[in-house]
Design a binder for this molecule. Structure first.
Ligand SMILES: [Zn+2]
Length: 281
């Protein structure tokens, strides 16, 4: 009698364990979805990938030195970097979709007044049109990087088209600035299924963990609220200095910088935050 009761307990226990495993299995499958495929959340916080992840074990990037790979690999989730070290009080401001003569100069002026360096993810077509602005970004000590040729959703391109897009953009930036960029941000943060290809072309993929949602027409107050709420050590903050009306971005910037400064954050470029070179040359 006692033995059969014990058996019953074992059977019930095993059943509960199986249910638990099934549930946690579902969660792992869900969490391993490529976070880059998700649009930025209304709250402005990019979700971190959790659970089971595709780990980066070898350096696929021919331009990235082994010592640089060793530094960045711990920040990569499905081939994408979302933030830097959590043990340093540093943040990186990033600006996408420029250069744009309407807003880039204003952003550069604010950064200069505050003695801050930022990272600009450039559209190849815009670089061709405004090489002087790219030169100014370099001359003023900022980091420049790629944001594709014309802001297409890169996973929709064929492998050859993707490689052509990446290299055409890098060549245009090199022609304008003399720099062979190593950092890139895919449009919409979307590198689903193409992370390895991008790396093999010599790029490091950098998204963000704080999204101001300025491209959604947020007011300066709303952007500021998101930054206040979500910025922490190692945050990479997304703004835009092109691709639409960015006057609210420009208006919000001074207050953002002042507040983060008063909280003790140091502003660095993405390459400084990760401890790697921004350019291959
Ligand atoms: Zn963009």
């Amino acid at each position: 009698m006692r033995v059969s009761r014990v058996n019953k307990f074992i059977r019930v226990g095993a059943a509960l364990l199986s249910i638990g495993l099934i549930i946690s299995g579902c969660r792992i499958v869900h969490e391993s979805e490529d976070p880059a495929s998700k649009k930025p959340t209304p709250q402005g916080q990019q979700q971190y990938a959790g659970g089971k992840q595709q780990e980066t074990k070898t350096n696929l990037n021919p331009l990235l030195k082994q010592e640089e790979f060793d530094k960045v690999k711990k920040y990569e989730r499905n081939h994408i970097i979302y933030n830097g070290p959590k043990d340093k009080k540093q943040v990186a401001l990033t600006f996408d979709d420029g250069p744009d003569p309407r807003y880039t100069k204003q952003v550069l002026e604010i950064l200069k007044q505050n003695d801050i360096k930022a990272t600009f993810f450039l559209i190849g077509q815009h670089v061709k049109q405004h090489p002087d602005l790219v030169k100014q970004e370099i001359d003023e000590g900022h980091t420049i990087a790629s944001h594709s040729w014309e802001h297409k959703q890169l996973p929709k391109l064929s492998p050859d088209q993707l490689k052509e897009d990446l290299n055409k953009t890098r060549d245009a930036i090199k022609e304008a600035s003399g720099k062979e960029v190593m950092l890139m941000r895919p449009p919409y943060g979307d590198a689903k299924g193409i992370g390895e290809t991008i790396k093999k072309e010599g790029f490091l993929i950098v998204n963000w963990d704080v999204d101001t949602n300025d491209w959604r027409g947020r007011t300066p107050e709303q952007m500021f609220e998101v930054i206040q709420k979500f910025t922490g050590n190692g945050s990479i903050i997304l703004h835009h200095d092109g691709g639409g009306n960015r006057s609210n971005t420009v208006s919000s910037l001074n207050k953002t910088i002042q507040t983060l400064k008063s909280k003790g954050f140091e502003f660095v470029t993405v390459d400084q935050m990760l401890g790697i070179r921004p350019y291959a040359n």
